[in-house]
Design a protein around this ligand. Structure first.
Ligand SMILES: [Zn+2]
Length: 262
């Protein structure tokens, strides 16, 4: 496999730069991983990283992931230092390519692995998990109730296309320490029902079929959050209420998350 000329790796590299230019990846904030369909069985492991727990269905799977402490803005300048390709084993991740400067996988590897496991079961086309610090989604978590239903309904009501791109809604985790197995498991639990999980006062995880798809999903939610932050304290004269959302669902043959619309 010609790693750097692989179109999906190229797309992931471009996406890393885009996230930085959006202002959602200050310093080493943000990380991306992608399941690879290529046959990498001929590649010899360079080294291994221990894993406390691996979702059993991911054993043998290969992913490309950004490195711990790496800046997304630098991925395109030196992909082989900022990215690594890992083959997942029961108790370790084998490095097949990359991290040539001796770095290790993102500290959010657990969240990525648990999420890949859950989303691949829900959608066979699933490949990518993206974590960013989308500014307005994080801002909302300081002033808005954090229930999945309330957060989803506000975002749906801010922008017509939200319902079309995430009819499964948005999930929210209360603040908790990051970089742990616990936040990884809780993120994956929420990913059973929705492809977007907001981490209160931190950032957002999005899942998709490709780097563009996962980032595009976050971009739609972030646009809605930006609109909310612009208008929440203003007098609202017109809005997309539940009646209009139902009308939209009927027009577009969309099935919204059960129990969310009044
Ligand atoms: Zn983060």
């Amino acid at each position: 496999m010609d790693i750097l000329n692989n179109p999906v790796i190229q797309e992931l590299i471009r996406t890393s730069a885009t996230i930085y230019t959006h202002g959602w990846a200050e310093r080493n904030g943000g990380n991306i991983s992608m399941l690879l369909d290529d046959d990498l069985s001929g590649m010899t492991p360079i080294k291994s990283f221990p894993l406390a727990f691996t979702p059993p269905d991911l054993t043998g799977a290969c992913i490309v992931i950004t490195g711990s402490g790496k800046y997304l803005k630098n991925v395109s300048l030196d992909p082989e230092s900022n990215l690594g390709i890992l083959r997942i084993a029961e108790d370790r991740a084998e490095l097949l390519w990359g991290f040539k400067d001796g770095s290790s996988p993102s500290s959010e590897l657990a969240s990525h692995l648990f999420t890949h496991s859950v989303r691949r079961k829900a959608d066979p086309m699933h490949h990518v998990v993206t974590h960013t610090h989308a500014t307005n989604l994080v801002a909302m978590t300081f002033i808005h109730p954090l229930s999945d239903r309330a957060f989803t309904k506000t975002l749906w009501s801010m922008c017509t296309e939200c319902m079309m791109f995430f009819p499964d809604g948005v999930s929210v985790l209360p603040w908790m320490p990051c970089g742990t197995d616990e936040i990884g498991r809780k993120t994956a639990d929420k990913m059973r029902d929705s492809r977007i999980v907001v981490w209160a006062h931190h950032g957002v995880f999005g899942a998709g079929t490709s780097p563009d798809d996962a980032l595009g999903l976050i971009e739609v939610a972030e646009k809605a959050a930006e609109l909310y932050m612009k208008v929440y304290d203003k007098e609202i004269l017109s809005k997309i209420d539940d009646t209009r959302l139902r009308e939209l669902c009927d027009a577009q043959n969309i099935i919204p998350r059960a129990g969310y619309l009044d």
